[in-house]
Each structure stands twice: as structure tokens, then as C-alpha cells.
Design a binder for this molecule. Sequence first.
Ligand code: TYD
Ligand code: MG
Length: 457
Amino acid sequence: MAKTKTYFFCQECGYQSSSWLGRCPECGRFGTFVEEVVKAESGKRSVESGKLQSTPKRIDEVTYDERRRLATGIGELDRVLGGGIVAGSLLLLGGEPGIGKSTLLLQMALSLSVEPVLYVSAEESEEQIKMRADRLENGKREGESGLYVVSETVTGRIFEHIEALKPRLVIVDSIQTVTSEALEGAAGSVGQIRQCTSEFQHYAKSTGVPVMLIGHITKDGTLAGPKVMEHIVDAVLQFEGDRSYGYRMLRAGKNRFGSTTEIGLFDMTSGGLREVAVPTQFFLSSRSEMVTGATVAATLEGSRPLFVEVQSLVSSAVYGTPQRVANGFDLRRLSMLLAVLEKRCGFKLAAKDVFLNIAGGLRVTDPAIDLAVACAVLSSNVDIPLSPHIALAAELGLGGEVRPVTRVEQRIAEADRLGFDTIVISRYNEREVDASRYGIRIRPVAMIDEAMRLLFS
Ligand code: TYD
Ligand code: MG
């Protein structure tokens, strides 16, 4: 008979304890422990000597069949995955509700070249999925589809369907709404998520069939509840963007089969997600007039240059504490840049509200955007517009020094190609650039106050 045992799990970080605790020793949160019953399978078997299944091998004796990758039919998704889905892999697609996770994977399922594909939805009915597919551009196609959909929430029954259909790929929407009978406790609890994820991992590893899980993300950007899931899966993809815009960005937070630097860009249209394969100019507003507080940053996301417009508004604080608001940029980084401006450029920003926005709802992590952020703030503060034909590419240091960035030539070449007339870079990047190859004027600066004098006087 299976023994049952109860454990207490922190619902935030998954910390396991045999007794209830008021405060989690792992993540420090209060009142997060919930009791969950674990049906213990027969106890752990001890390893008898001489019966080992595995033996250590020399690394050059280890062979593998050139792991076959399955192209998803969506170029931007393949790019983030590192060239398609690896056989037997378990992938997690995370994102805020309504961002387009179900749409992306349904669209992918419809464009896959293998069949059958099983789309398990624990959130929507089969009719709802069909209605969504009909709205998608690639949903209306001739002939029979290799995509099967089923609305099911219990993993045991999902595996029965899998057994019967023998799919080549399984999609589960979402991991927070499926439950395993091996465990008591509501769907979405840490124990359930951990259990269900391991069941799908076991299935993927033992059969070689890739499984894609959808997971919801809380407001602060963590996968709701379980950090535990991130350790089990092979790759975590994050789907993000501002829901009031159409742009969506796909990043890999973890990827065992590729790099995590590449991003995928999409545009959400009435016919589903459309790929943005040449994104360079996508996030530049087509402004011709001189506007104060707007600058252009020459950033790189993965291997692709991405030119984005930074917009800032600096105004006198109406209320006691000045506001600092940043969209698409790290707020702490903004505070740091403001402190640098205050110290090195003599601006009294302490009594000012500062709003910062990256056009298009994009989140930029490339530090080369620093100079554009600082100059946007300065431009709004002094009320002097910067020409839209100037691009900026440099990081800022705490001492106000304008620091070099990676692959500056690639940024310069792209700015030149896009018709910018000037690019401001760090003096320390200057020597690696052969300026004679470009028509664009290259202005190297060493300190932020030097950049300020160059641009605003
Ligand atoms: P959805 O994939 O349901 O999001 P998630 O699974 O991440 O919760 O996408 C929801 C939004 O996408 C919804 O608000 C409507 C929008 N959408 C489109 O704009 N065009 C479309 O073709 C589809 C299917 C959805
Ligand atoms: Mg959904």
C-alpha cells in the first residue's frame, strides 16, 4: 500500500518542510506555507553493489546522435530556441496572462511539419481553441490538420490520450491548471506544479517526444509560485511586451540547447502573431520634427542591431516626493543614471519628476542604451531637442565616464545604413573603429559632461 505523508511547501519558492513555518527560511516571506499530501511510492531503493546500471565513461567515448531538432515553422521562435525544438526536451513558455502564449503555441502547432501534435488545454474548451485557430492566418488551410486538441486537466488522463494518439509533440496549456492524482492539493500549488512538471519531464525524456508547457507569470516577473519548475525544464522562454502595444518579445531565460542572448520579435495582429524578422527600425517613431526628450539608442539584442527611441519627460514635482517612472528600462538603473547626471552635470533633478519610456513597449537590457537615456533626460530638462539624425551607443559609469560597448562597428554600420548622420560612442571604442569605411560622423566622448556640451550647446 502506498504510504501517504504530508509536507509543507512555501508557495513562493517551493521550500519544503515537515512542519508548518510562519516565515520561509529560504525566501523570507510570511504566511506562505501550505500543507500538501504526498503519496509516497514504495520507499527509495538502495543501490546494491555490483548492480550499477551506469558506468562513468571517458568524455571522448560518449557518443550521441546529432540531436535532431524540429523546426517550428516560426523563424523567430527557432532563433530563440537555438534552431528548433530538441527531441525529448521540456520547454516552458512563461508570460503574463493575455500576452499571447496560447496564440503563439497554437500558431506554431498549426505550422509544424510533423504530425500528430497534441494540444492539451486545461483552460479553454475545444470550441474556444477552434475559434482561435479560425482567427489565425495560418489556421485556415486546406485538407486535414495534424493538430489534435483536447480539454483535460488531470495528468493521468492526459497521458492516456498521449498513449492513444502517440503525438510527435505535446503542448500543455497551462502547467498551473493541471493536477496530478499522485498528490492532493489544488492546481497551481507548488507541490502540484512540481509533480506535474516532473511527470512531463519523465515522459519527454523517456520517449524523446518534446513537451512544451505554458506557465503564467506574476506581475513582478517571476513564474507564479514555482522556482522549482525552472530547474526541471530544459529551457524557459519568456514572452513579454506591453499589452497596449502590438509588439511582443520572446527571450530565453534559460536554454540548455542554445544561447540566451537572441530575442524573437512579433507583432500581434488581428490574424495572430506576425514575425518581425528585420527589426532594426521597427521601434523608431517616424518623427521628423525636433522633440525635446527624445533620443535614439543603437542597441544590440542577440546578434541583431535594434534601434530604439528613448523618450523622457522631466517636470517639476507637484507633490512632495518626486516621481520616477520607467517603462522598458530598469528603474534602479534610471535612479543611478539620474544620480550621475546630478553629480557630474550639475542638474538639480531631486525636485523633478522623471518619466522614461522606451517606444513600442520594448524592454531593453543592452547597457549601450545608457547614454541615450541620460541624454533624453538632459534634453527634456534643458528643453533643447536633439536631432533625430543622431544615434547614441555607450554605457555610463558611476563616475560619469562614457564606457565602451560590445560590437561597436556593427552598430555604426547599421546607423550608417539607416541614414543617421552622427553616432556618439565612447572614446575607448574609437580605436577599434575604422572611420574611413563609413559615411556617418563618429563622435567619441569620454565623459558625460563632454557629451552634454557636444549635444546641447
Ligand atoms: P492569448 O494567447 O490568449 O494569451 P495568453 O495565453 O498568454 O493568456 O492572447 C490573448 C490576446 O491576444 C487577446 O487579448 C487577444 C489577442 N489576439 C489578437 O490580437 N489576435 C489574434 O489573432 C489572437 C488569437 C489573439
Ligand atoms: Mg492562454
